[in-house]
Design a protein. Sequence first.
Length: 451
Amino acid sequence: MSSNPVAETVASLMPRAKAELTELVAFKSVADFDQYPRSESEGAANWIAGALRAEGFQDVALLDTPDGTQSVYGFLPGPEGAKTVLLYAHYDVQPPLDEAAWVSPPFELTERDGRWYGRGSADCKGGVVMHLLALRALKENGGVPVHVKVIVEGSEEQGTGGLQAYAEEHPELLTADTIVIGDAGNFRAGLPTVTSTLRGMTLVRVSVDTLEGNLHSGQFGGAAPDALAALIRVLDSLRAEDGSTTVDGLADDTEWDGLQYEEEVFREDAKVLDGVQLIGTGTVADRIWARTAVTVLGIDCPPVVGATPSVQAGARALISLRVPPGVDAAEATKLLEAHLVAHTPWGARVSTEQIGEGQPFRADTSSPAYASMAEAMSIAYEGQEMQYAGMGGSIPLCNTLASLYPRTEILLIGLSEPEAQIHAANEGVFPDELERLSVAEALFLRNYAAS
């Protein structure tokens, strides 16, 4: 990295950053208290609150949000008359899933082949450390030139909307001139990127019932309507022959006009098996950033092991539908539910229930904050021009903040580049990415203060 005082300071702080991330990763802060103790999440929240107090933050508080989790808030005053920047991250994590697939324990930060592995290292406990590094570097090089608010969410991965609801009830709390969401990632490690769009999503549970109870498949099969077979037909109706999403009344032809995602690179990133085709039409960027995408997240039916020769009386599935900017998630939910009902065969009884929803997001990339970030990233990444990418995932809080503060600029950066394997086994972060993005954020705050 080219020599500048901020970069030198961040480099000197990296051993401390590793030690802190080790402590944070050790908390099993999965916000599903049926699976993981609440004390683990509370421990992570208290760790962050202590770190903010140690950096001179005022009004540090653990906010009890309506979903039963805690978000951590703090305010660091800057010079009189300065702008206010809100820095966001989340400390809750996905469960490790198949722990046997992890090369090293998921809740122990482990260095291997130049990467730090551990659940939450990239998504998004690393984002907490990134914010701390940026602020410390500024404090050692002339001071923090803006007022800084920090909010660290405790249930982002669960999608239960606790912080969104709290923000709507306390709209004055998170007011800012600019918000930096530290929960995205570079398009590729080493390529500075801001995420300019997010897909929204809806979660719908569909239940199909055909009989009062299961029946012997030899005695009744062939005439008795099988609820599982009906459900399979319903789910199959959500895709065209090429795998494109087909929800009646929902357009699926939008094109992405920014940074492109080469098909072979995507296949490698997604670890698609040899000979298996990608699904959908258009460019990869069209498919994952600008169009709808349906995913069947789970099906309730008998497992293969222990299955009996029975015609199933009932079956249900959980369906995720991602929607791009320009599509209203509430309207998409209505269309999805109507489609499921219309495509249920044999007069089977069908019911739908919405489980969650988040609107899509599109940033104003012509704003002064984006110019300030572009200059900062160019320095942090040694002359590389900042790129604009979409993200197929959803951060519902973005839309809540955009709705509450329509004049506020929102930028999305972070450590979740493709090799980070967030939500999968062996999640890890490149320390170089943590270092460079911390420098970029520090320089951004300085640039933005002067803009």
